[in-house]
Each structure stands twice: as C-alpha cells, then as structure tokens.
Design a protein around this ligand. Structure first.
Ligand SMILES: C[S@@+](CC[C@H](N)C(=O)[O-])C[C@H]1O[C@@H](n2cnc3c(N)ncnc32)[C@H](O)[C@@H]1O
Length: 284
C-alpha cells in the first residue's frame, strides 16, 4: 500500500518505486529525475537486502523503472542515473536507445576506509546525464561554475585569441567530479548506508532544473534530492520503500514533526550523547 505525505510543493511517497511511478505520477510531468537505485551489491537497507538472484533479474527490474522514468519526463526533461560500475554499461546501452546521453560523469572520492589489497579498489561511482531532447533542455551553466585551476591561476595569456586575453578563471565543471562522501561527523550525515552528498545534488539540480520546476527521486533514501530541491526553490517528489528512511525525509523536509506518536529527531552522534558524570569522591 502506498502512503503520501505532502507539504507546500513537496511530496513523499512511502511505497515501491515502480508502483508509485506507474500509478501516481502523470506522464510528461517531471522536469528532472535523479535516480540512485540499489546497486545489487548486497548493502543492507534497514533489513532489505540489495541483492537479486541473478544479474538478469536485477537488470530486468532496472529496465522497468528506467522506462517509467523516461515516460514521466517532460519533453525538455533530464534524467541523472547512478549505478554500480559493473552495471553502468548495461544502463548506458539501454538508455541510449531512448534518450540522448550527454555526459558520462565520474563521481570521484577519496576513501580512508578498508581498501582492496589484491586489485584496484573502487573510488568512483558513474552517473549518466541524459536528456529527452538534445536540442531543447535546461542547462544553467552559469549557476554551477567552478574555479579554473590551470591557465587562470598561473595568469597565462591565451595568444590563440584574435585579441590575446587572460584565461577565464571560471569554467563549467568537466565530467569528473571530486566531492567528498558523506561521513559520520558531517552535519548532513543521516543513518543510511549510501547517502549522497548535498554538494552533488546541488550541482545537478542547479544545472538541470529551474526554480518552481519539479524534481523526482524514485529511490530517495535520506531525501537529499528533495531537501536540496526545497532549498533551491524547486518542487519535489520523493519515493522510498523503507519507512525508517521516509521518517528521515519527513523530518528533513519539515513535513511532520511526529510520526505515529514518535517525535522525529536526528539521531545524536555517539560523541554528542551526554556522558554519565561520575559522582565526585570526597575524602575527609
Ligand atoms: C542507493 S539508496 C539511495 C540513497 C539516496 N540517494 C540518498 O542520498 O540517501 C537506494 C534506496 O532505495 C530504496 N529502495 C529499494 N528498493 C526500492 C523500491 N522498490 N522502491 C523504492 N525505494 C526502494 C532503499 O531503501 C534505499 O534507501
């Protein structure tokens, strides 16, 4: 059964992505979709195992919600989709028949965690940036400029121009994005195994949607997409199957303060919990 919670342009669906997309979302109604599905690598999403019986079954499931995402996009809409490195080639081949793939983005991060010792450990996740119409889509380049680190910093002159000029000190980011992963001590951290950073969603939402437009995330997790959409004046739809994660979304989006009698509070970090004070020892 699907449940809907909403407030001021932001909707949260507790339910299955395919069911909600097919039954609750009108076709051609969404300007931007960010999809970060389970990767089929055995993560534990609050007891729900992210593992299918075979690669074929996983891909069959993915193609169903990918088709629905394509149908829900407006004619000028964009889809960003993430996948495990080993599955992205399948997504790429499948989607290029239905959309124009404009960028194959590498989200790169350093990691201090356990590292592979017998092969090269994975330090990136791929993201496809696709549009419905490659002649007519939103790309707000000026809203996502980053510092150009080469010519401008060294104050080089570009003599190839008809009037030689100094290099630009800002540029549109390339397709390798170095953004730190969300760590336990970061203010944005929530209790979820694969939370995506606010900075990643800021770039995507700023570039590929306009204020007032609708952003949808079919696998919302901690609802970072919806949170950033709200902060940037967009409307949002977030879908998530796990009630525990929906509670995070209800709190982050300020849709509810209480859920079934429980106050929705950010879980305190270990180091924030009050330390039991030892009674003082007096010797007389
Ligand atoms: C990779 S995580 C998404 C993380 C999210 N991008 C974030 O920043 O927190 C995938 C999420 O999909 C949810 N999920 C798994 N199967 C689902 C389904 N059939 N429908 C909706 N959500 C599902 C999981 O509970 C998990 O929270």
């Amino acid at each position: 059964m699907v449940q809907l919670f909403e407030n001021q342009g932001h909707q949260i669906f507790l339910g299955d992505a395919i069911e909600v997309l097919s039954q609750q979302i009108p076709d051609h109604s969404v300007d931007l979709i960010f999809a970060d599905p389970p990767y089929n690598i055995g993560k534990n999403f609050h007891g729900r195992k992210d593992k299918w019986d075979s690669e074929n079954e996983y891909l069959h499931w993915c193609y169903q919600w990918l088709d629905l995402c394509v149908t829900k996009l407006t004619d000028t809409g964009s889809l960003y989709v993430m996948a495990a490195t080993q599955n992205m080639p399948f997504f790429d081949l499948y989607l290029r028949e239905k959309l124009s793939i404009l960028s194959r983005i590498i989200w790169f991060y350093d990691s201090s965690g356990v590292q592979a010792k017998k092969y090269y450990g994975s330090l990136y996740e791929p993201i496809l940036f696709c549009v419905k119409n490659n002649q007519h889509y939103t790309f707000n380049a000026n809203d996502i400029l980053v510092t150009a680190k080469t010519g401008a910093q060294r104050k080089l002159i570009d003599y190839r121009k008809s009037i030689p000029t100094v290099y630009n000190d800002q540029k549109v980011p390339g397709n390798v994005w170095q953004i730190p992963r969300v760590r336990y001590r970061m203010a944005e951290y929530e209790n979820h195994p694969t939370q995506k950073p606010v900075a990643l969603l800021e770039r995507i939402i700023l570039a590929s949607s306009n204020p007032g437009e609708l952003v949808l995330d079919p696998f919302s997790g901690t609802f970072t997409t919806a949170l950033v959409a709200k902060q940037l004046g967009r409307c949002s739809i977030g879908i998530e199957i796990e009630e525990e994660y929906v509670k995070i979304g209800l709190r982050r989006l300020e849709i509810l303060t209480h859920y079934q009698g429980e106050e929705l509070k950010r879980e305190p970090r270990v180091y924030e919990k009050p330390v039991a004070v030892q009674p003082a020892l007096f010797n007389d």
